[in-house]
Design a protein around this ligand. Sequence first.
Ligand code: TEU
Ligand code: CA
Length: 549
Amino acid sequence: MTDIINGYHRRWWKEAVVYQIYPRSFCDSNGDGIGDLRGILGKIDYIKNLGVDVIWLSPHFDSPNTDNGYDIRDYRQVMAEFGTMADFDELLSAAHARGLKLIIDLVVNHSSDEHKWFVESRKSRDNPFRDYYIWRPGDAGVPNNWTSIFTGPAWTRDEVTGDYYLHLFAAKQPDLNWDNPKVRTEVYDLMRFWLDKGIDGFRMDVIPFISKPPELPDLSEAQKAKPQFVYANGPKVHEYLHEMRQKALAPYDTLTVGEAFGVTLAQTPLLVDERRGELDMIFQFDTVELDRGADGKWKPWTLPELKAIFTRQDAALDKHCWPTVFFSNHDNPRIVSRYGDERPEWRALSAQVMATLLLTMKGTPFMYQGDELGMTNYPFSDISQFDDLWTKGAWKVEVETGEVTAADFLANQMKISRDHARTPMQWTSGANGGFTTGKPWLAVNPNSAEINAEADLASGQSIYRYFGKLNALRRAELSLVYGDCHDLAPDHPHVFAYTRVIDGKGHLLALNFSVEAQAFNLPETAPILGNYPDGDGPLRGWEARIYRL
Ligand code: TEU
Ligand code: CA
């Protein structure tokens, strides 16, 4: 595919829809309460029939699970709880046999402290693996004022040598030293290990954090609130990503998407401009930070703010760059609870409005397991119900010190917790939502009796089937992929209406983000797709319509 459409190079990954699986919470095949690879295998046709093209698997590697697999102990082993390498190979071939591609999570800013490199590294200052990580002499005091993204200092003094090592996340996630060429060679080798098995690409965890300024300067007062904008701006990020393209990715036909925490819109082309040979795409955090204040706490959001994100993104990226669109992943609350309306009469409709936006906005759409069922946030009411190390760490720092009341802390977590996304998939109305026959590792949402795959598929308002129709439409009508995007009413508080056109031909999308009917100037023709049985007159509550132009 080398042709050009509307100025864009045609690429399979621009036309693809990606479905993210968090293996721990997807489907448990053996009753131990933990989702696993054979569980995914058993649902492969469910995924295929949704009409998506690519599966992104969150980390499936051997890990002590401090951060649920984002702390890798062995990059070449499958996590024992998830199964075996044979299970992985079987899953990959089952996906390929159905025309599905599979990308995996590359977590190489840091490893687990139980990785053999770190086990060696901490032994002595002259250990051959010492320089695999970032150490500073212990006698000089804490090397700088950097903080962990998960709260607290980014340095831990290791008792063996008394020196400090850097960890931009948990203490059990030491940062790898990318300035050491041996580390880079190890990473490219492990990438080729998986590429040679036939995987189709990588989602790269916090990849802009890999290069650190050698002098490790202190954060200024202004930088302290959002240190990610410092961590993502090391001097050699582009050099290393270019090298990764040359030394690992180049011979393979892959999809690469970087989690670009701390990257501004203005910097985005430096990572994704196709002429530079670094990444194909990145995740910009604007859509998932829409409801966060400067302090990171929840705040209300408005529709014009959401629309403006896409307009800004479009203006910042020329036709050599390609965006992503996402509203959910394993780090974010559920779409319906956050952007839609979880009340029973609006839940499915609002999930469908968000699905329409996801699949018709410019960029490769990434959806998260359960979006197709309109799964909602978990009704957390006590700190003991959480699993996330971030929430538990913040509780210690904020509540146990008396800085924040337990009630305020929990009220905020109800809005922002990463665990909302991590509760198990709801397959049936049976015990534990059909996720496991055992005791689930994290509680299943008590609404699983009503919200589950079986019920959704039997419903006249199936969200899963609506996704299927959207996916089929997107596949058939390339203007929905490559068409120019124009917001018809940027200031309208409740209606999001936009066109996707190539040479004047394409589609008009009209989405009502409220329960009230909204009059809007719409085409006379009947819509070609919508989430109400017919589409006439004003937009009804949470109505989505797609017109052909
Ligand atoms: O996330 C990076 C990260 O910083 C996010 O946790 C971010 O702070 C959050 O989404 C803001 O809402 C990646 C992984 O996605 C996450 O699960 C890991 O915990 C983290 O890296 C460390 O590997
Ligand atoms: Ca299991």
